[in-house]
Every structure is written in structure tokens, then in C-alpha cells.
Design a protein. Structure first.
Length: 546
């Protein structure tokens, strides 16, 4: 029989509609259950819970781990049932009473002879009969019961796993043209940053990059086996989906295409053991992540897209948070992206070793209504915070590359001083330095792109020229008007049901110019409520009198 943790996660929903499986247990429910069921010491091992409360508090019902389940009703103390201690399970259906109701319950007999009755479930069409079958399978078809940490991201997993994960992606980048160029190398470094490889692990990956060839490489089958041997069974599916997601990103970002299906993935998808629905989910995840960076999405659009992606994940039977265990391909860590999903109400956000800081948690911060224009920038707070997080990741990658170059230079110096005869080794080290210099430039370019996007969000996308004109009417401020207006161009935009011509921020405005403009807008008080209202009133009066 397969792993007990997998069995529980895959079958617990047969109990009823109010069963929740990790990592898609809403954070509030999870925290309530941890306290009510006394799970503080092993909450990372919680696989699922059944919420038997009317208002969704989840402080009554069932909690499952790989070794036991806990039952709690009303104001009673929780009862702990260790699977290995259960002798038998019986589903009991009593005679119908006068009001035609059926008295159902579960009778559990322990190996020490004690008996326990489980009843009083009244939510979500709870099935005592299915619960009996579920427990019967657990106690008769499993020999081992062990708990597994359900709240891990790849960054917390062993280096052996991370290295094998990256080697598969390296194989893909090499296989298409027998070369790993600077752009591909830059993406690999960004991924290494998200996975938090230490210096020695990064050096092993770099070594593989320089030595991989048609004759010298580790097969995908071997590397997938390494990943499985260094991870818990309940993480295998998530790891494979995450791996495919990162393979797709590497291909898309280095081939400037969004077309689905490429040779390496098609050739090896059976090894990853994913369904077509799961592969589609990986593609959809990448497409959604790219939208977050490349399109000017406001908070509402980001929320809609995320919920649509969550629906696709549910249809594929995959928790959305599990897809992001390597972080987001746009550069955000697993902590950042999953806490954002939690804020949007789509899972608990892997709170194990990750503090839910609410990277995307600004949806309640809306400012004043669009009618006044006061939340002109506020509605883009989500994307702004995400871009800042991406910039941090990119800057961290640049620092790691510099650190790695220094490490290689040190190795090169040692080789020159002590092994002058090893010309081949020296050539390899010099090649690594040349590659990393190119990758550093590529990452730096990407960092500037993200900074540009973040700076754009500090400026109004559509300019209220009349407001700006009023604020710069004094002679000493006139140059500020000229400086800003040259970076806006006339463009047709939607205004409700109408198409109107407006001044829209140009796409090619340099990063430093955007930063200066943002400072000017702030200094002028362009976004201050009093100036907005004054501008609206002035426009209204001018409209009345032509």
C-alpha cells in the first residue's frame, strides 16, 4: 500500500463537504484547530481537518496526521486515536425513531479493550459509513504510520534534492542547442536564489553547467529518483508540478515564446507522471505570473486572475499553494507568493517555517472611491509590492553571483599557484568566470526592467493635465510641467462605456526619469485629496461656462 499520508490526503474528502486538505486549509481554520485540538507541537504534520461547526470556526470535528486522528465535540477535551492502537471500526445505524431520523455513529474498539463512540456530526453531509471504511483501510492495509512535514517549500529541503532539481533544468537548456547561453544562465541563478542553495551547492551546480555535454550528463530518470529519495512522499506530486512549471518558465523566458509544448517536456513528461490537467495547470501558472509583471493589472484584476487559477487547480485536484513550493517564476519566494494567495483567501499560505507577511495583502486598502480619483495609485498597491519583492530577489541574485565570482577567482588563484600543470582545469574556471560575467549583466538588465515597472506605478498611468497645469502655474514650477508632459502621449482609452482620448504614460520612459517624475508628483501634492477635489470642481465649473 502507498504512503499513509498520501492516502489520507487523497481520500479524506469522502467524509463530507467540510473536509479540508493541506495546504488548502484556510489560515483561520487551521489556527483555530491547532489550538482547540492541542496540535501546537505537531501542527506541521496536519494532513487534513473536518470542520464540524456551523460558522466555520473549525474548533470542533476531526484532525488527521500520519500517525493519528483527533476527535473533538462541543466543549469536551479532544480524544486522540493512534491508528496503530485501533483494533476495529464499526459503522452503527440504529433503528429509526418516531420522527423518522436515523441515529448513526462510529464505534471504535482499541487494542486495550476500550471502546469509543464518535457521533454528533451535523455539517457538510458527513458520512459515518465512509468514515468507517476510511479508517478500516488505514488500520488493515498499512504497516507503517509516520508523520510528514506538510509545510515545506523547496528552499527548506535537502541540497541534494535542489541540485538534482536544477540539473534537470540544466539538461533542458542544454538539449535544445547544445549550449547554455547568458540568458539561460541568468534564469538559473535567479532560480538558485529562490531555492536558497548554499555556496557549496551552487558550486556543484556551476560545475555541472560547465561539464554537461552530449556524452556527459545525468539522466532525468536518475535525477527524479534523487528528488524522490530526498523528499517525503506527500511532496512528490507538488515537486513534479513545480519542476515542470520551472522548465516551462525557462523555455518561455529564453525562447521569447508562449507556445505550449516543447521537445524536452514532451519527451520526459511520463517520467514526471503528471496528467494533462496538471501540465495545463503548470502552463496556466506561468501565464498568470507573466501577466502580473508584464501588464498593468490593478488589485481587482490580480484577484480575479488568481481565483481563476485557483479554480483550475481545484479542477486538476492540486492545491494551488503546492504549485508554488519553489516560489513564483517572476522572482518571488514561496513565502511571498503563498502568503499572497492566503491573503486572497486561497489557502493557508504554507505557514510552517514561513511568516505570512501578506506580500499581496493590500486588497482591503482601497483609499477613496474611483469617482474622486483618490485611489488612482492605491488600486495598484498589490502589483507595486510584488514588484518590490521581485527587485529584492533580483538584487540578492546579483549579490550571490558576485560572491560566486569571488569564490571562483579564489579557486583559480589556488590552481595557478599550486597546479600550474593543470591547464584544463584553469580553462574551465576561466570559462565559468566569463559565463558569470555575462549572466551578471543579464540579471542586472532584468533588475532594471523590474525597477522601471515599480517606478511606473508611482506615476499616474492617465494624466489629469488640468490638475498638473494648476499645480505648476507658478513660473518657478513651469519647468516641472514641461518635464512631465513630454513623457505622456495621447491615446484612446476606455472610460466606462465610452472610448475617449487621454494622456497616457509612454512605454519607453527611462527608469531614472520615472523616479524623478514620481518625486515631482509627490512634491506637488498631485495625489492629495484637496488638490483632486479642487481640480474636479474647477473642471466642472469650466464645463458649465465653456
Amino acid at each position: 500500500m502507498k504512503n499513509i499520508n498520501l492516502y489520507i490526503k487523497e481520500n479524506v474528502k469522502s467524509l463530507g463537504d467540510d473536509a479540508y486538505v493541506m495546504p488548502d486549509i484556510p489560515e483561520k481554520k487551521l489556527n483555530n484547530a491547532i489550538k482547540a485540538f492541542g496540535c501546537e507541537d505537531f501542527y506541521e504534520s496536519i494532513l487534513a481537518l473536518y470542520d464540524n461547526t456551523l460558522f466555520g470556526a473549525a474548533d470542533e470535528g476531526l484532525v488527521f496526521t500520519g500517525e493519528k486522528f483527533i476527535f473533538k465535540e462541543d466543549f469536551e477535551d479532544p480524544l486522540v486515536f493512534v491508528y496503530a492502537d485501533i483494533a476495529s471500526v464499526e459503522y452503527v445505524e440504529a433503528r429509526k425513531t418516531k420522527d423518522e431520523k436515523v441515529d448513526e455513529h462510529l464505534l471504535i474498539v482499541l487494542k486495550n479493550g476500550k471502546k469509543r463512540k464518535i457521533s454528533k456530526f451535523f455539517t457538510g453531509n458527513f458520512s459515518y459509513e465512509n468514515f468507517a471504511k476510511f479508517l478500516q483501510t488505514i488500520i488493515t492495509e498499512f504497516d507503517e504510520y509516520q508523520e510528514e512535514n506538510q509545510l515545506k517549500e523547496i528552499a527548506d529541503m535537502p541540497d541534494e534534492l535542489k541540485i538534482a532539481y536544477l540539473k534537470i533544468i540544466i539538461n533542458m537548456t542544454f538539449s535544445d542547442d547544445q549550449n547554455i547561453d547568458e540568458k539561460e544562465l541568468a534564469e538559473l541563478f535567479l532560480l538558485m536564489t529562490r531555492l536558497e542553495l548554499d555556496k557549496d551547492a551552487r558550486f556543484e551546480v556551476r560545475k555541472y553547467i560547465t561539464e554537461v555535454s552530449k556524452e556527459h550528463y545525468e539522466t532525468v530518470e536518475e535525477l527524479v529518483e534523487v528528488i524522490k529519495n530526498h523528499s517525503e512522499a506527500s511532496h512528490h506530486k507538488s515537486l513534479m508540478i513545480s519542476l515542470v512549471k520551472d522548465l516551462i518558465n525557462m523555455y518561455f523566458s529564453t525562447h521569447d515564446t508562449m507556445e505550449r509544448g516543447f521537445t524536452f517536456l514532451e519527451k520526459h513528461k511520463n517520467i514526471f507522471a503528471l496528467s494533462e490537467e496538471e501540465l495545463d495547470l503548470a502552463y496556466d501558472t506561468i501565464a498568470n505570473d507573466y501577466k502580473l509583471l508584464k501588464e498593468d493589472l490593478d488589485d481587482d484584476a490580480i484577484e480575479r486572475n488568481a481565483k481563476e487559477l485557483a479554480s483550475k487547480a481545484a479542477a486538476a485536484g492540486v492545491p494551488l499553494a503546492a504549485v508554488y513550493i519553489s516560489g513564483s517564476v517572476i522572482g518571488m519566494s514561496a513565502a511571498g507568493i503563498t502568503s499572497g494567495l492566503a491573503t486572497l483567501g486561497m489557502g493557508m499560505g504554507m505557514t510552517g517555517g514561513l511568516a505570512v507577511v501578506g506580500i499581496i495583502g493590500v486588497l482591503s486598502y482601497k483609499g477613496v472611491q474611483h469617482l474622486t480619483g483618490a485611489n488612482e495609485l492605491d488600486k495598484y498597491k498589490t502589483r507595486e509590492l510584488m514588484l518590490h519583492e521581485v527587485i529584492k530577489q533580483t538584487q540578492k541574485t546579483i549579490s550571490l553571483i558576485i560572491d560566486d565570482i569571488n569564490y571562483i577567482v579564489h579557486k583559480l588563484n589556488e590552481t595557478i599557484l599550486h597546479h600550474e600543470e593543470q591547464q584544463e582545469k584553469i580553462k574551465k574556471l576561466m570559462l565559468m568566470i566569463a559565463q558569470f560575467q555575462g549572466a551578471l549583466k543579464s540579471v542586472d538588465t532584468k533588475s532594471n526592467l523590474y525597477q522601471n515597472s515599480a517606478n511606473r506605478l508611482q506615476n499616474p498611468k492617465i494624466l489629469d493635465e488640468e490638475r498638473l497645469y494648476d499645480l505648476t502655474s507658478e513660473p518657478t514650477k513651469k519647468p516641472l510641467y514641461d518635464f512631465i508632459i513630454q513623457n505622456y502621449g495621447e491615446q484612446e482609452v476606455e472610460d466606462g462605456d465610452e472610448i475617449v482620448t487621454a494622456l497616457v504614460l509612454k512605454e519607453d520612459v527611462p527608469t531614472d526619469v520615472l523616479e524623478k517624475m514620481a518625486q515631482i508628483f509627490q512634491a506637488l501634492g498631485y495625489f492629495d485629496m484637496s488638490n483632486i477635489v479642487t481640480s474636479k470642481a474647477s473642471g466642472f465649473v469650466k464645463g458649465l461656462f465653456g
